[in-house]
Design a protein around this ligand. Structure first.
Ligand code: AMP
Length: 190
C-alpha cells in the first residue's frame, strides 16, 4: 500500500493533479472538500453545518473530516493506495491520519507540496471561479480567510512531515503537464 498527500494552498491545483495521478498510479483520490460539497448537495445535517463554515472560508471541525477519512479508507479495501487531497489541514488531522493508517500497519509514503505564492493563489481561484460554481471561490473576503487559514493552521504541517522525512516540495508555477511531470518524478522514487 502506498499513500500520498497532495499538499498546498487553495487553488494550487491539488485536485487536478490528484485526478491525473489516479489514472497513472492506480490510486484512489480522496478529497475532503469534494466529500463535504457532496454532503451540502444532499442537504444532510452535516452538509448544512459545513456549508456555513466553508462559505466563511473557515475549516470544518477536525473530528468531522477525520470521520469521513476513516469511513473512506474502511470502505475501499480493494485499492492499492490513497491520494489525499485537502487533508490533512491541521496538525491534529495529520496525527489522526498517522493513527488511522498505523492501526492498519500502513503509513504515508510521501507528501507532495505544490508551492505557489499568495498572489498566484488569488489568480488561480479567480480563474476557477469562472469555470466552476463554487461559492467559496467567488467572494474576496472568503478567499482571503482561506489563505489566512492556510498560513495559520495548515502550513505548520510542513514541519511535521519534514521531521518525518516525508516532505517533497515542488515548484507549482508552470503548465498542468509540467507540474504533473515534476510530481511523477517524485512518486516514482517513493
Ligand atoms: P477544498 O475543496 O479542499 O478547497 O475545501 C473547501 C473547503 O472545505 C475548505 O475551505 C474548508 O472549509 C473545508 N475543508 C475541506 N477539507 C477540509 C479539512 N481537511 N479540514 C477542515 N475543513 C476542510
Amino acid at each position: 500500500m502506498k499513500h500520498f498527500i497532495m499538499f498546498g494552498p487553495p487553488g494550487a491545483g491539488k485536485g487536478t493533479q490528484a485526478a491525473m495521478l489516479v489514472d497513472k498510479f492506480n490510486l484512489r483520490h480522496v478529497s475532503t472538500g469534494d466529500l463535504l460539497r457532496g454532503e451540502i448537495k444532499r442537504e444532510t445535517e452535516l452538509g448544512l453545518k459545513a456549508k456555513k463554515l466553508i462559505e466563511a472560508g473557515s475549516l470544518v471541525p477536525d473530528e468531522v473530516v477525520e470521520g469521513m477519512i476513516k469511513n473512506e479508507i474502511a470502505s475501499h479495501p480493494e485499492v492499492k493506495g490513497f491520494i489525499f487531497d485537502g487533508f490533512p489541514r491541521t496538525l491534529e488531522q495529520a496525527a489522526a491520519l498517522d493513527g488511522i493508517l498505523a492501526e492498519r500497519g500502513e503509513e504515508i509514503s510521501g507528501v507532495i507540496s505544490i508551492i505557489i505564492d499568495d498572489e498566484m493563489v488569488k489568480a488561480r481561484i479567480r480563474h476557477r471561479a469562472e469555470i466552476e460554481d463554487r461559492k467559496d471561490d467567488m467572494d474576496e473576503a472568503t478567499v482571503a480567510n482561506r489563505i489566512k487559514t492556510y498560513h495559520d493552521k495548515t502550513e505548520p504541517i510542513i514541519d511535521y512531515y519534514k521531521k518525518a522525512g516525508k516532505y517533497n516540495g515542488i515548484d507549482g508555477v508552470g503548465s498542468i503537464d509540467d507540474i504533473f511531470n515534476r510530481i511523477c518524478g517524485i512518486i516514482e522514487k517513493l
